[in-house]
Design a protein around this ligand. Structure first.
Ligand code: X2X
Length: 338
């Protein structure tokens, strides 16, 4: 045996020896990226996950949360690439923020696709959800569980919005996803993409007239303070959150620890989804008390918005995948409703 093959054999032997102990090589700390901190439901989901993992691993596995997308300098649409490349170990990300890299995630952003919570669940908990996780895996990231940012409602500083015509010419801050540009353009508004970090300043200077976010975000971030006096509950889309891991980090854990981390993510996600949905009535009350005019839309009013955004489906269905959109529509049509 020559020196080279001896070296190869020795390396192979070391690898074989090391393999059973791969799970023992834990880092002192694993980074978890989120956009929103506590007390937003998103940040609470992260906290819960870290707590459950610490508890169930007797403190062996330490998840450290980095909110405000700080690991990517606040640039939330760079979170997915950073998770894929290993700059970040774990993340809980919004489907909107990750959609530039995973086109299938735009499914949830199709306007008025999901009329209620049962519709969201029909997607995330069914075959559509599995296919979406498959797509995330295909991009080199390991998806673990679902959470929820929430149904996104529309606010502005100018007037009550009841019809698409009311949106005409309004500058609306949107997240950096091209589908949102198309939706708001179809409605006659002027969408402007920017990170969450820039949104409140832009609202306060009047650089933009409005924004869209879940009620929890509107209330906790005190969006009413920056002149957002009108809120329309149009539930036009909801962004689920995905708990996920970098692939190499994931493979560095033992089978048992992977199971522990995954189950903790599932439990934290379920806890957060239930809790944030249950908080909606009190959030509405609090926002009303902040002096905001809240507008509910009738079915006919909603239909006008749906019609005005129909072209978004034509543009985006091929990018998301015809089969996935069809599967989603069927799952929603067949969902259990009370
Ligand atoms: O930027 C937003 O609007 C936020 C916080 O909801 C997301 O990250 C999608």
């Amino acid at each position: 045996m020559g020196f080279r093959s001896l070296a190869v054999a020795a390396t192979a032997a070391v690898m074989l020896l090391a393999a059973p102990f791969a799970g023992a090589q834990l880092k002192d700390e694993y980074t978890v990226s989120t956009v929103l901190p506590t007390p937003f439901p998103w940040g609470e989901a992260a906290e819960r996950w870290a707590e459950l993992v610490a508890e169930r691993s007797d403190g062996r596995i330490n998840l450290k949360i980095y909110p405000n997308a700080e690991l990517v300098a606040g640039n939330q649409t760079r979170e997915f690439p950073a998770l894929r490349s290993g700059v970040i170990d774990f993340a809980i990300g919004s489907t909107i923020n990750w959609s530039p890299q995973v086109p299938e995630l735009n499914l949830f952003s199709l306007p008025f696709l999901m009329p209620d919570y049962a519709a969201i669940d029909a997607l995330t908990q069914g075959e559509a959800g599995e296919r979406i996780f498959e797509a995330v895996r295909g991009k080199g990231v390991v998806p673990l569980a679902w959470g929820e940012n929430g149904f996104r409602e529309l606010s502005n500083s100018s007037h009550v919005i009841r019809t698409p015509a009311d949106l005409e010419g309004l500058k609306i801050r949107v997240v950096g996803s091209p589908l949102f540009e198309d939706t708001f353009t179809a409605l006659g508004a002027n969408p402007t993409q920017m990170s969450w970090a820039d949104a409140k300043p832009a609202l306060s200077t009047g650089a933009v007239d409005g924004q869209e976010n879940p009620l929890s975000v509107f209330q906790i971030a005190n969006i009413h303070e920056v002149g957002q006096k009108y809120l329309t509950r149009w539930h036009y889309m909801a962004d689920p959150l995905i708990f996920a891991a970098n692939r190499n980090i994931w493979q560095s854990f033992s089978e048992a620890d992977r199971e522990l981390i995954r189950q903790a993510a599932i439990d934290a996600g379920e806890w957060e989804i239930e809790r944030s949905r249950a908080q909606v009535p009190e959030r509405l009350e609090a926002i009303r008390e902040q002096g905001v005019t809240i507008t509910e839309l009738s079915d006919e009013e909603l239909a006008a918005f749906r019609e005005a955004t129909a072209e978004v489906y034509e543009e985006w269905t091929p990018r998301i995948g015809e089969a996935l959109v069809e599967l989603a529509r069927e799952a929603i049509a067949e969902r259990a409703t009370e």
